[in-house]
Ligand binder design. Structure first.
Ligand code: F6R
Length: 371
């Protein structure tokens, strides 16, 4: 059942290149002159032209895919985007208008708070879409249109390949909509790169999995610590949160994911000698800022581990080669995929070193069907 892997989580992490390819297949023609079509989304080019705001609703790891969506949609398509966790959205009296879409993201398609958020959207007359992994799930049935991620069944409680599927799903929706929105020439270029690069990101993820030995060695040292921090900016910010969530969930090490610039507003007080801080620096627009944040961390004698694109020099010089994990260099949007895999591997190998029940962590259920 585990196909020779020690845990379902490890097996599922290794299925991630396939998730990327399967989710793109038949939707994104390799010939870039051909349009992207996703009929099950049930939206027309006119709907895309008219939409004024998107609200992503999701829980846990799926919420982090929603935050990634916010950065990407606002930066590239210039559409205003909200992101809410399901358990907050429904109780905060959200304001929705006619030309707004509520987009639920859910692996299982059965998460109670996500479903309730979709109902709230419907009641307010918004179009409700879903990005989900389970065909015929409650979320899929409730939605006006669906984009299925094709991660296949996910058994481990900690979500890995479904998260990768969600990010690809978000990008697919973005690429589809980009065809019918007015974009600046530079945004058009980003869209072209994203469309071509998505196929290659399966290989980028594979490369990270192939070089997991170094990640494992670092993770085994993190396992000896009572606490860990993850920091990042721009699209690395939701990944920092995801890294912390994954580590907490399966290793039971206390972890916090933070926007790097927020450290000095309080959390820096906790940094002392040897405290691990995983600093993601895959986003070129904020790379210099991340280098400054790493210097702040080092000044407290904390242990800073960098995640950077291959070919990086400054972070490597600052932290030392032994404290740097790399991902294949592509572009900021695509970096998110292999970087997500690096933080998954850190969590996995830390939990493994501690002998935790990785596939079935205490107190957690795979699908949260109650409030
Ligand atoms: C964390 C994890 C959870 C789920 C969350 C939402 O590893 O798996 O945080 O992401 O419970 O579940 P779905 O996506 O099924 O709605």
């Amino acid at each position: 059942q585990k196909g020779g892997y020690e845990h379902f989580m490890l097996k599922e992490m290794h299925e991630q290149p396939q998730t990327v390819t399967d989710t793109l297949l038949g939707r994104v023609p390799e010939d870039s002159r051909l349009p992207i079509e996703i009929p099950e989304l049930n939206i027309t080019p006119d709907d895309v032209r008219r939409v004024e705001r998107l609200t992503f609703v999701a829980c846990g790891t799926a919420y982090h895919a929603g935050v990634i969506a916010k950065y990407a949609f606002e930066q590239i398509l210039r559409i205003p985007v909200n992101v809410d966790v399901g358990s907050e959205f429904r109780y905060r009296q959200p304001i929705l208008g006619k030309n707004e879409w509520v987009i639920a993201i859910s692996q299982s398609g059965e998460t109670a708070d996500t479903i309730a958020s979709m109902r709230e959207g419907k009641e307010q007359g918004a179009r409700v879409l879903a990005i989900t992994n389970v065909v015929g799930s409650s979320v899929a049935r409730l939605a006006d249109g669906v984009l299925y991620t094709r991660a296949g069944p996910e058994v481990a409680v900690a979500s890995t390949k479904a998260f990768i599927g969600q990010i690809v799903g978000v990008y697919l929706l973005l690429l589809y909509m980009a065809q019918y929105r007015h974009l600046s020439p530079s945004a058009q270029q980003v869209v072209r790169e994203l469309r071509q690069g998505l196929w290659r990101s399966a290989r980028d993820i594979e490369r990270v999995l192939e070089t997991a030995d170094k990640t494992r060695a670092i993770a085994e040292r993190i396992a000896e610590k009572p606490v860990a921090f993850f920091i990042g900016r721009n699209m690395d910010e939701p990944l920092a949160r995801e890294g912390a969530l994954k580590l907490k969930e399966i290793s039971y090490i206390h972890a916090q994911g933070y926007p790097a610039g927020e450290l000095k507003h309080g959390t820096l007080a906790l940094l002392e000698s040897g405290v691990p801080v995983v600093a993601l620096a895959t986003q070129s627009s904020v790379y210099d800022k991340m280098v400054s944040n790493m210097q702040e961390v080092l000044a407290r004698d904390a242990w800073c581990i960098g995640i950077v694109p291959e070919g990086d020099e400054r972070v490597t010089q600052l932290l030392g080669e032994e404290n740097v994990l790399t991902i294949p260099r592509s572009n900021d949007y695509l970096h998110v995929l292999p970087a997500a895999v690096q933080v998954q591997l850190i969590a996995y190998y830390a939990a493994r070193a501690l002998g935790r029940d990785i596939d079935q962590p205490r107190n957690l259920a795979k699908s949260v069907t109650v409030e």
